[in-house]
Design a protein around this ligand. Sequence first.
Ligand code: DLL
Length: 432
Amino acid sequence: MYWNKPMETMDRQQMAELQSARLIQQVRRVYRQVPFYRESLQKAGLLPDEVGSIEDIGKLPFITKQDMRDNYPYGLFAVPLAEIVRLHASSGTTGKHTVVGYTSRDLGIWSEVMARTLTAAGASKQSFIQVAYGYGLFTGGLGVHYGAEAVGASVIPVSSGNTQRQIMLMKDFGTTLLACTPSYALYIAETMKEMGLSPQDLTLKAGVFGAEPWSERMRGEIEKALGIKAFDIYGLSEIIGPGVASECPCQNGLHINEDHFYAEIIDPVSGQILPHGEKGELVLTTLTKEGMPMLRYRTRDLAVLDSAPCDCGRTLIRMSKVLGRSDDMLIIRGVNVFPSQVESVLLGLGETSPHYQLIVDRADNLDNLTVLVEMTENMFSDEIRRLEVLEHKIEAELASALSVSAKVRLVSPKAIERSEGKAKRVIDKRMI
Ligand code: DLL
């Protein structure tokens, strides 16, 4: 059940020593090779030699997505371009893509951490792994692909989309592990039902889902609809792609591959490091990456760290599920609203389908929030009166959870556009 037992179960003291040695090396290297880091350390009045252990990490300045944009495309690379063997990019909602580059050693590390991720979800040489994350500049497809090959599983590189064919392949090829976004997993389950197939018609055992936030309730829905165990996997292109952290069978937090990625939680406003157990913004440092090292990257993802031992035997610290973003937060009539809060309310009530979308509009300088919620097939034939009662009930729950009023509109099944990648949860018309 481990891919790399010595690393995954390393004594904490030994891990700190390994991290210290790697950080010292990384800081010296970027100071020499990357003008951006040299300048930012100089601005902070810090010499590379003043970082003598992992405890000193707080002395280093942060790096942000804006810094990546400012250095587009190759300004943050720490090796000659001839050493770069792969480029990926993530699409931003604003402006340019952020570009990341890997050396061949970086690709080896990526395969290693993805092999750990897949092994923790039960994968082995016997597995058939269907990769339904998008292939291309997005890191999901190729990230899982190389990890699955490292494990020695049979990889089915189908990419996202063409859902009926996905299901046919799962059935005919005997897929045992599915990799895609959680929203696409639900869509696949729905399509399966329409095709008259049940989980018993397939050989699926597990799924590794990530790239977007999802709740415990949504996990329950996916596990039930597909008859599998659903594992949360976390990562971001800036750091490596998927493979930064992933769940073990205890499903109680995601183990961070700390020998390669050092995690801190900070207060998003003051930038102060917060103790384990407190919620804040996750900051990640790559300890081994050569192509584009990241020192204290502000992910904008909100999470909690937990260093208590885990029943699975891994000593790697765990991060909670991503609890929101410090920036995708919507401000509606002055109140901070996270789409994940709406999801918890809907799934908590359990009377509708889990598909929803927030629409924010502005009329007469006043923000209006409308939440579209899809009905299930059964509800569709219900009388209007009962549906109105349900709309009001959801509105009341939302008002108390969000501290801002929202109009709820039940829409027919499938009315909300499905995504084969990350779900689009918010349409903010105020921007236009
Ligand atoms: O989404 C990498 C990935 C691919 C992770 C496949 C897992 C599976 P980006 O496109 O750069 O990379 O987006 C990174 O997605 O900062 C989070 O906000 C969000 N995210 C990723 N995984 C999770 C997760 C990939 N498990 C951004 N839960 C991150 C919640 C996630 N949010």
